[in-house]
Ligand binder design. Structure first.
Ligand code: PLP
Length: 449
């Protein structure tokens, strides 16, 4: 057994026991793919601000941040109070309620392209709805998506989530469905133009606003603007996936930063303040199939959903978005993330490790692999190859175990910083990362330049 595995397993006997039980109840023993970790994942009892604790009493600085939903940190007092009050009043009225209206109005006021909003229960559902609305709008059948971009696990969005791009990312998909998703490399506007010009059956182009997998593969400057221009020109819709970036890059998401107005925006995560929830926001005429109109020829899109805009998620969402709207959480989270990126790159340089830490706003990515600019690294990302950047999975188990053994929880090779992560968390994480790098280098999971 390696030192990393020993260190990880030694302090976590209860987590191991629980996992052994879970493996006989859940396939793979887990309830979300990214929680899978060899030889077992940690079981968490509670969390507060930037930290969480496991069943064995270990404390962690948490960068999973509720899979990105907790920009305000765990159990923000305003969110807790709003949810507690609502619990006492009722969790589901099976009826319209004032909180859903306040929630929708907040989305409209923050997201520049949001003329209308429809709540769903998740980001995956928001993607399903956006694609169906696009098809209903222009009567075309296909979508374009980009290599490595993730838009939830619906059939049509699944192709090319992970390399190899031409193999289905999942079993159980129909060839007929996959054939309606055209996969392209991102950042190639001439290719996108040729594709849109050559296939008038493309209904929409969908992309993560910050690049594949929360910005793991950054978008080239101007690409979003190019997608906007080309979709408009060729009569396709632009669906911007801001499930992660919405409310995180700025109160109005990436679109408010770069000044691009998509036709439809997918939202979730921070939207619901750490509770389940998603939404499609966008042009009133594109969301119009959801209207009940008596006009001849009007065809409806059917959309039920037991927990759409449920009062508990709405209460949390309203409380969170009111704070998000001030822009204050972004200042703290971005400053801590910037400082952390600097400190982690220093640890890499000190060891001359072949690695790089990068990212924007409050998102941090770790790339451990071959360096392009050996000897002249300027600490910026030197490759934009999605297969290489997303290929981090091969070592991310070792990275995650080593970080956990040192009191830090990353989501794979990624860290999502909240407004509660401050200088103390930065210092402790830098130290833990340095120890982790030493372990990875010693075990050959990372190499020197
Ligand atoms: C960019 C992006 N889009 C869509 C989704 C799917 O959202 P959900 O997990 O709420 O279904 C995710 C989830 O991580 C995501 O990162």
């Amino acid at each position: 057994m390696s030192t990393i595995d020993d260190l990880f397993a030694a302090g976590r006997p209860k987590s191991r026991q629980l996992y052994e039980q879970a493996a006989t109840t859940f396939p793979a023993g887990v309830t979300h793919d990214t929680r899978h970790l060899e030889p077992f994942p940690i079981y968490v009892t509670h969390a507060r601000g930037p930290r969480k604790w496991d069943v064995d009493g270990n404390e962690y600085i948490d960068y999973v941040s509720g899979h990105g939903s907790l920009l305000l940190g765990h159990s923000h007092p305003a969110v807790v109070e709003a949810v507690q009050q609502q619990m006492a009043k009722g969790t589901h009225f099976g009826a319209c309620h004032e909180l859903e209206l306040a929630w929708g109005q907040l989305v409209k006021s923050l997201i520049p392209s949001a003329e209308r909003v429809r709540f769903t229960s998740s980001g995956t559902e928001a993607g399903m709805m956006a694609v169906r609305l696009a098809r209903a709008y222009n009567g075309r059948r296909k979508i374009v998506k980009f290599q490595g971009h993730f838009h939830g696990w619906s059939d049509q969005m699944m192709p090319a989530v992970n390399p190899p791009w031409d193999a289905p990312s999942s079993v159980g998909l129909l060839d007929e469905t996959i054939a309606t998703t055209v996969v392209l490399p991102a950042n190639d506007l001439p290719l996108l133009e040729r594709t849109l010009a050559g296939d008038r059956d493309i209904s929409a182009v969908v992309l993560e606003a910050d690049g594949a997998s929360m910005g793991t593969v950054p978008l080239a400057p101007g690409f979003l603007q190019g997608v906007r221009r080309l979709t408009e020109h060729y009569g396709a819709l632009m669906i911007l996936d801001e499930v992660v970036s919405g409310f995180r890059y700025s109160p109005g998401g990436v679109q408010a930063v770069v000044g691009v107005k998509p036709d439809l925006t997918m939202l979730a995560k921070i939207l619901a303040g750490g509770l389940p929830g998603g939404a499609v926001a966008g042009r009133a005429d594109v969301l119009a199939p959801l209207e009940y109109k008596k006009e001849p020829g009007h065809q409806r899109m059917y959309h039920p959903g037991t927990f759409n805009a449920n009062p508990i998620s709405a209460a949390a969402g309203v409380a969170a978005l009111r704070i998000v709207g001030t822009g204050e959480p972004h200042k703290t989270a971005n400053a801590s993330a910037g400082q952390l990126r600097k400190r982690l790159n220093e640890a890499i340089d000190e060891r001359q490790a072949s690695a790089c830490v990068y990212g924007e706003t409050s998102i941090i990515h770790t790339y451990i692999g071959p360096c392009e600019r050996i000897g002249s690294c300027d600490r910026s990302l030197c490759t934009n190859d999605p297969a290489r950047l997303k290929g981090m999975r091969a070592i991310s188990g070792g990275l995650r175990r080593a970080l956990l053994a040192n009191g830090v929880d990353f989501i794979g090779a990624m860290a999502l910083v909240s407004a509660t992560h401050g200088p103390r968390e930065v210092e402790e994480t830098a130290l833990a990362f340095a120890k982790t790098l030493d372990l990875l280098l010693a075990e050959g999971l990372a190499k020197r330049r």
